[in-house]
Design a protein around this ligand. Sequence first.
Ligand code: FAD
Length: 458
Amino acid sequence: MAEHNFDVVILGGGSGGYAAALRSAQLGLSVALIERDKLGGTCLHRGCIPTKALLHSAEVADVTREAASVGVQATLLGVDMPAVNKYRDGIVDRLFKGLTGLVASKPITVVAGEGRMVGQKSISVNGDTYTGKNLVLATGSYSKTLPGLEIAGRVITSEQALQLDFVPNKVIILGGGVIGVEFASIWKSFGTDVTIIEGLPTLVPNEDASVSKAMERAYRKRGINFKTGVRFQGVQQSATGVIVSLENGEQFDAELLLVAVGRGANTAGFGYEENGITIDRGYVITNDRLQTSVPGVFAAGDIVPGLQLAHRGFQQGIFIAEEIAGLKPATIDELGIPKVTYSEPEIASVGLTEAKAAEIHGQDNISVYEYNLGGNGKSQILGTAGFVKLIRKNNGPIIGIHMIGSRVGEQIGEAQLIVNWEAFPEEVASLVHAHPTMNEALGEAHLALAGKPLHAHA
Ligand SMILES: Cc1cc2nc3c(=O)[nH]c(=O)nc-3n(C[C@H](O)[C@H](O)[C@H](O)COP(=O)(O)OP(=O)(O)OC[C@H]3O[C@@H](n4cnc5c(N)ncnc54)[C@H](O)[C@@H]3O)c2cc1C
């Protein structure tokens, strides 16, 4: 029943929480970081890293399968899922060790156990109380399901999907957002028959409409089945599979149903509302300085409404530490946060979609240019299709960049600098892009929008 006092007490050691802890320690603040499971949270153990490792194995399977098309003789003998999982776990373990060591090397008190708010500035863990001059709530998110759809047996979420030690023959994926299309990509590459069911009219519905269309084209070409604009009605399980019914009367059978309908904020049962924290539909409401309804209590990561991405959590954690230390950091512009979907093909975007830009500025006040990867040498070498789409304010800066194609995620760094630094196409056009790279496509698109296309017809 001990009492402990710190400058900052952080609840949750995922992307948002541990970033807040590291930056607070750098700034000389005393820190307690409370974690009930493993430092690193969803991203490291059940999200970003393990899924991207599986996507890499999937890419190797595809490359092997298609080796003859580039004159290399190779045969894909199969996918050894326990070995794939071992490779994946090795990466997670190394990063976990690195993170644990990094945190241990700083003046950060890591507290193991589940914490609960027991006062406006206090968290109780295993009977001890940790009181902070400031609190940071960073308890993350969980896989949501639909009303009446129980996660059990052959109805799984991404957590169970990552634990499978076999490649399923046939899978139905409920949800065509980021997590749904990434698992579809992995399984298809491993040889699974995949069908995605999406209630909205397109796959990846949060992306620019032309990206969604291109994604659908690419998935059709890959033989990934999908049904959009149809709603799920129910599922029946048997010893060998599932039968999924849609509201339009169609039925689909498969070995497994993956439910990927989004993530809810993990905020229930931790004493938040009882201690004055405003919660809306499970999310912690903050102002743009990430302060909750209780002064001195901040929130970071997936529990704050907005993009549920690890790098947003990192940035929010850093922001909060600097705010607490009195550095008055600039607020985070949500629109400037880059997004990548790591499927094959990849999708990368930052800034406004064309529809949103037209809504805000008027269609007549924006210009749009799409550079087709067909004109990009490296894309041809890799055999990928796609485009770089730019949206500019007329006589003004680039306000949106949307890309689709293999490996375009690696181009998001330059894209986000362009949008966040409000660069004009003419300025980017004067920067030299190395040849032959996929990055060149970004340069070419800006050349074209600046009125001097090189390898393009516009
Ligand atoms: C399958 C999948 C793939 C993803 N891929 C990507 C990707 O490629 N790129 C990307 O940017 N994002 C990705 N994400 C999203 C990313 O994982 C999250 O945005 C990120 O983890 C959010 O960080 P967080 O700190 O808010 O929460 P979390 O990482 O969930 O961390 C919260 C932590 O708090 C702990 N905790 C919760 N309650 C308590 C309590 N009461 N007491 C003590 N500890 C507690 C939990 O154990 C957990 O460790 C993916 C997510 C999933 C599920």
